[in-house]
Design a protein around this ligand. Structure first.
Ligand code: F6P
Length: 328
């Protein structure tokens, strides 16, 4: 079988570990893997990964040392052309031209929607892998990259705590996650933040200020608020809104932004990526198509693309309740 692999959308730590696992599993199964560069845009541009020895088929050594590397050696993009019917039809034609039998697409919501649409016009098999820091996909408990992003955010907040403590300050720390509050919630719990602003839980500015007053009354002089980028307009805006509403703390805003997408993946992301990469190739060998590989309750699963992109994962209510108890 000739398998193409690509990474699309925002890069996520662990994508490389997934590529490594896919290539090595395919070799064991007697299949050939071609790396497609820059995601779906790379299909349209016929842009392939060329190994150091000049070969197009990814060999065992072409993925050496990848488990610990952040980013993606295949490069990524958000292809506008592939969001159009003409683009997808053109992509299918190119995949036929190069005689691909299958495609593994690693990415988030947009990547899986692209895979679903491609499946309507291309008769090759397609399996998706959840590669996004946002953890917003249905069809898996955790996405590849989420754990590393949270670790990076917690590390940054730990550092900000020192300055917050030294200067009696409040920090509004913005974390990525698009419309999803998972990174913010996990970061708030792990960093011991006093306030978390999550898109899933809207609060009035007066309500948050009342909470801050109570915190101040208990003798606390410094505060950390984790703000999901999808809450209002993020940390800078929240700082302004709460100042106008009477925030009793002097404050600063910090946007962590793309820093969360970088860095060496933590062990759990490397393991998840390796498991799912291996599972994706086995699924192709068994004739599966049109599904995303995920891990739910410890079991490796396949969920149809349509289901994965039909909505967003719900916030974890148990963790929300936990945060309400421990953040005070
Ligand atoms: O989906 C990953 C993500 O990092 C989101 O958290 C964020 O909203 C978005 O991508 C940023 O995208 P870009 O890098 O294109 O600005």
């Amino acid at each position: 079988m000739r398998i193409g692999i690509l990474c699309s959308g925002g890069d996520a730590p662990g994508m490389n570990a997934a590529v490594r696992s896919i290539v090595r599993t395919a070799i064991v199964c007697g299949d050939e893997v071609f790396g497609i560069k820059h995601g779906y845009e790379g299909i349209l541009n016929e842009e392939f990964y060329i190994a150091q020895d000049g070969t197009l088929v990814m060999g065992i050594r072409s993925v050496s040392g990848l488990a610990r590397l952040g980013g993606t050696i295949l490069h990524s993009s958000r292809s506008k052309r592939f969001q159009t019917e003409e683009g997808i039809i053109a992509g299918a034609k190119i995949l036929r031209k190069y005689r691909f039998d299958a495609l593994i697409a690693i990415g988030g919501n947009g990547t899986l929607s692209g895979a679903r649409d491609l499946g309507k016009v291309w008769d090759g098999q397609i399996i998706g892998l959840p590669g996004t820091i946002d953890n917003d996909l249905l069809g898996t408990d955790v996405t590849i990259g989420f754990a590393t992003a949270v670790d990076t955010a917690v590390d940054a907040v730990d550092k900000l705590r020192d300055t917050a403590g030294s200067h009696d300050l409040m920090f509004f720390v913005e974390v990525m996650g698009r419309h999803c509050g998972d990174i913010a919630l996990a970061t708030a719990i792990a960093s011991g933040a006093e306030i978390a602003c999550l898109p899933e839980v809207q609060e009035t500015p007066e309500g948050i200020v009342a909470k801050l007053m109570r915190i101040k009354d208990t003798g606390k002089a410094s505060v950390i608020a984790i703000v999901a980028e999808g809450y209002q307009n993020g940390a800078v805006e929240m700082q302004r809104i709460l100042k106008d509403a009477g925030n009793p703390f002097d404050s600063r805003a910090v946007v962590l932004g793309h820093i969360l997408r970088g860095g060496s993946p933590v062990a759990s992301d490397r393991i998840l990526a390796s498991e799912l990469g291996n599972f994706a190739v086995s699924a192709l060998v068994q004739g599966e198509t049109g599904k995303m590989a995920g891990r739910i309750n410890g079991e490796l699963t396949l969920t149809p693309f349509e289901e994965c992109v039909s909505g967003h994962k719900k916030i974890n209510d148990d963790q929300l309740r936990l945060l309400q108890v421990v953040a005070s």
